[in-house]
Design a protein around this ligand. Structure first.
Ligand code: A2P
Length: 384
């Protein structure tokens, strides 16, 4: 992760064109923030001006973007003046408080937190799955929960051909889902374990080294499901547009730094052969098929980390369902990329859309002003 640099540096970078948007990243110093910077840079996202925002603890630090060292500023209510696009990744509380201020200031918000995901007025978007829903945004677009985003990239291509009737899932979730501090804690707990020393975890509820435990989100006393599991159920239903889809899930933390893996058993409307499923997935955007039975080579966090694509494999008919309509598969996707930063930047790319020049940037303030609510043909093309 980028850390402090000494040099005094300019607070903006000059644009590759006047039409490029002014961008703010809220939570720029976090694990997802670092990946947002990398994704914007790697994908050559047009940026006229970049404002890096974090807590007052980080004010004065600098982070590198393209060829510049940019200062990190403390987030305040006035941070969004002149900003067109605000990428939020500093937790739900910060989003609830500051995203409306960003919208009021004229920015479109892509929010990585859970703050607005259940709001029917806020589209919840994975570009490969439901890009068309972006067209009705009112200033805020929600980026899904990391494990839900990774799962639907694999599920949607199958669901389009054979509608899914039921999902049973188990997750193997990395420390990155709990932020940069949890990743550091996994490293330190592993070192302590190898030295034979005791370790007192502060971020995660249990020592993560050489251990597996139920996801740290609070457990709903009535249903027994934890917050992560409830998010997965609600968001997968929304993303696949099947409001009453039956889903059972168990979310587990594993001692992996980044990349979530998911075991999925999906009952389909009618049987789908493994071969058919393989060819659908091989052609699906955002998917890389890793399904080599002879070599026993299937999706792994070590191969998915740092990759844009979600790895999918272990395809087989689930023998627990004698009807033959249930398919089993295993998925691994980088939580920090498709599960967070990459998806947010892909949403921003659709918002930016070639047919829709800045400064309208699809903001509701432009509705009724000569039709400049910019919903690009490109957004519709990607849609299912
Ligand atoms: P900071 O580094 O200054 O604490 P992660 O998910 O990796 O833990 O990152 C969380 C991000 O959210 C960090 O960039 C963190 O900044 C930022 N953040 C946390 N609290 C606040 C706050 N009160 N105001 C603005 N940003 C915050």
């Amino acid at each position: 992760m980028p850390r402090d640099a000494e040099a005094q540096t300019p607070s903006s970078i000059e644009a590759p064109g006047e039409k490029a948007p002014a961008v703010a990243i809220v939570g720029a110093t976090g694990a997802v923030g670092a990946e947002l910077l990398r994704c914007l840079e790697k994908r050559d996202f047009p940026v006229r001006h970049l404002r890096l925002l974090a807590s007052p603890r980080s004010a004065g630090r600098t982070l590198r973007f393209r060829d510049a060292e940019l200062p990190v500023e403390a987030l305040t209510g006035t941070s969004f003046a002149g900003i067109d696009l605000a990428l939020f990744s500093a937790g739900a509380e910060i989003s609830r408080r500051y995203a409306p201020l960003a919208v009021e200031a004229g920015a479109v918000v892509v929010d990585n937190s859970s703050a607005f995901r259940k709001d029917p007025a806020v589209p919840l978007v994975v570009p490969e799955v439901n890009a068309a829903t972006l067209a009705r945004h009112c200033g805020i677009v929600a980026n899904p929960n990391c494990v839900a985003a990774v799962a639907v990239v694999a599920l949607a291509p199958l669901h389009r051909v054979r509608p899914i009737r039921r999902i049973v899932a188990s997750t193997y979730q990395a420390a990155s889902g709990a932020g940069a501090a949890a990743m550091e804690e996994l490293v330190r707990s592993t070192e302590a374990h190898l030295r034979g020393e005791p370790f007192e975890p502060k971020v995660l509820p249990h020592s993560a080294a050489f251990n597996v435990f139920s996801h740290n989100a609070a457990v709903d006393p009535e249903s027994g499901y934890n917050g992560e599991e409830l998010k997965f159920m609600a968001e997968v239903r929304r993303l696949l547009d099947v409001p009453d889809l039956p889903i059972g899930i168990t979310c587990i933390r594993v001692p992996v730094l980044r990349t979530h893996a998911i075991s999925l058993s999906i009952e389909l409307e009618a049987p789908l052969s493994t071969e058919e499923a393989r060819s659908l997935l091989a052609a699906a955007p955002g998917v890389r098929l890793v399904d080599d039975r002879a070599a026993n080579h299937f999706p792994m966090p070590s191969e998915a980390s740092g990759e844009d694509e979600v790895l999918v494999g272990r395809l087989r008919t689930d023998l627990a369902d004698p009807s033959g309509r249930t398919l089993a598969l295993f998925v691994a996707g980088d939580q920090l990329l498709k599960g967070a930063a990459l998806n947010a930047v892909q949403i921003a790319e659709l918002l930016l859309g070639q047919a829709m020049p800045h400064p309208s940037f699809g903001h509701p303030r432009d509705a009724g002003r000569g039709g400049s609510r910019r919903h690009s043909p490109s957004a519709r093309e990607v849609a299912s």
